[in-house]
Each structure stands twice: as C-alpha cells, then as structure tokens.
Design a protein. Structure first.
Length: 291
C-alpha cells in the first residue's frame, strides 16, 4: 500500500479518472430525472438508454483502436477537451423548456461522450502499466478497484444531493467542470507520463487504420476467448445465467423511471434520490455478486 501512495504520478492519474467518473454519474442521474418531466417519458427513456448502451457494445473495438494509437496522452487530452465543450453545449440547451428535442440532444452528447470515455479507458491501461512497476500491478489494480467502488457509492449520494439544489443546466455545467479539472490534471502531468511512455515513431510503424483488419482481429479474438471459456468446466451454464441476470437488473432503472414519471407517489423524497437509491442497491448487488 505504501508503494502505491509513493507513486504520486499514478495517484494523479487515478484522481483525474475518479473526477470524470463523478461527472458521468451525475449526468446519468440528472438525465434520468429530467426525463420524468417530459410528457412522452417512455420515448425519452428509450432514447437515453440507447445512448447509454451503444458505447458499451463497442468497448472491444475501441480497445483495439486505443492499442493502435501512438500518442496516447495527447489523445486523452483531446477527448477531455471535446467532452468539456459538449457538456457546456448541454448546459446552454438545458435552459430551455423541457422537451423531447432537448432529450435527443442531451442523449446524443451522452452517446459521443461515453464513446470517448470507452476509448479513453483503453488509452489509460497501457499508460498505467508503464507508470506502475510490474511487481506492484496486482496490488495497484486491487487498490484502484476498491477506491472506484467506494467512490461509486459517494458519487450516487452526492449526485442526488446536488440535483435537489441545482437546476439541470447548472448540473450540466458542473459535469463540464469535472472534465475540465481532469483535463488540467492531465495537462499538468503530461510530460511526466511521456517520460515513462516514450514512443519512438518510425515511418514503418505509422499506418492508416484498417477497419476490415481490425474487425477480423476482434472476431478471431472473440472466438479464441469463447473456445477457451467453454473448455472450463460448468462455464457454459455460467455464461448463460450471468447475462440473463445482468440483463434483468439493467432494465430495472428504466422501468422505475417510467413509473416515477407517471406516479409521483412512488418517489422517495424526490425522483433524483429514488434513482440514486436504486443505483446504490444495484451496485451493492453487483459487488456482492462479485464476491
């Protein structure tokens, strides 16, 4: 544990990631609360959920693109800049009267921002491996997972608190601010990271991104992974049951939001707190399931 705290550069990278995670949580709670005020809430909730789901489906693809990206630090900074600007746009749009059009704009921003977030995660992994000694990586990974889990609980609670007192426009601005802070941290430590992650770019290494080759690589990797998993005893049953359970739990939040939009008697204090409490319950279920 002492080695982790002595690695100041890793802690700065972790803090930057945690701050942006808070922004993501806050935006999700705010967006779900916002759609309860829309007349056609069913359509609005569907749009929001599509914007949340699509980036997750392409995680593997973004990981391969991230691996092929040469200047990873520079690309991370670019993704943070884009997200700051996108959420500032949402902050302006949220000043208008709630409507399905605003939900569409906010969801498109969410789709792009989450996609960039998935890409950014893929860029961070090799950097983390460079700034942490190989002998310390297992302990560091466990530490990070613990901190992220604790912060998820705090983020849900703090998000509900802020939504109670701030307008949706202000919340979008706060979200933009979280990414701006992450951006400033990355700009401050850019040179330090580059000293660990020094890439010599030769003309032989630079090539255009080949979508067909990358798709073929993803397919072959998936086949190898599935064949390996199926070779493990009882794994077929687990691979069938776990997705069904996760899928069943994933639809709980949209269903609750639909009910909240139609019957205010179901709320606990207010819609934001109800959604946050549900998020906490689902997180605890996920944590206990991992044990």
């Amino acid at each position: 544990m002492r080695k982790i705290f002595k690695n100041k550069l890793y802690l700065k990278v972790l803090i930057s990631d945690l701050i942006s995670n808070f922004g993501d949580t806050l935006y999700f709670i705010a967006l779900m609360t916002y759609v309860t005020e829309i007349k056609d809430s069913n359509l609005a909730i569907s749009i929001v959920n599509i914007s949340e789901t699509l980036p997750i489906l392409f995680t593997i693809f973004f990981g391969i693109i991230a691996d092929k990206t040469l200047n990873k630090v520079k690309m991370i900074i670019k993704t943070l800049w884009i997200r700051v600007l996108l959420y500032l746009l949402v902050a302006v749009v949220m000043n208008f009267k709630p409507s399905i059009m605003i939900v569409i704009i906010a969801s498109l921003v969410n789709l792009v921002a989450d996609t960039l977030g998935q890409f950014e995660n893929g860029l961070f992994y090799p950097i983390s491996n460079r700034i942490v000694k190989k002998s310390d990586r297992e302990e560091t990974m466990a530490f990070r997972q613990t901190v992220v889990s604790v912060m998820n609980i705090i983020n849900q609670s703090l998000g509900a608190f802020l939504i109670t007192f701030f307008s949706f426009s202000h919340l979008a601005f706060i979200n933009a601010l979280t990414f701006a802070i992450s951006l400033l941290i990355m700009l401050a430590i850019k040179n330090q990271i580059n000293s660990y992650y020094d890439e010599t770019i030769s003309t032989s290494k630079i090539s255009q991104f080949d979508f067909k080759a990358s798709f073929s690589e993803i397919t072959s990797n998936l086949k190898l992974s599935i064949n390996h998993l199926f070779s493990i005893g009882n794994m077929k049953e687990a691979l069938l049951v776990i997705p069904i359970l996760n899928g069943s739990l994933a639809i709980l939040t949209p269903l609750v939001v639909v009910d909240l939009s139609k019957d205010s008697n179901l709320t606990i204090i207010n819609s934001a707190i109800t959604i946050s409490l549900l998020g906490l319950a689902l997180f605890q279920e996920e944590y206990l399931g991992a044990l």
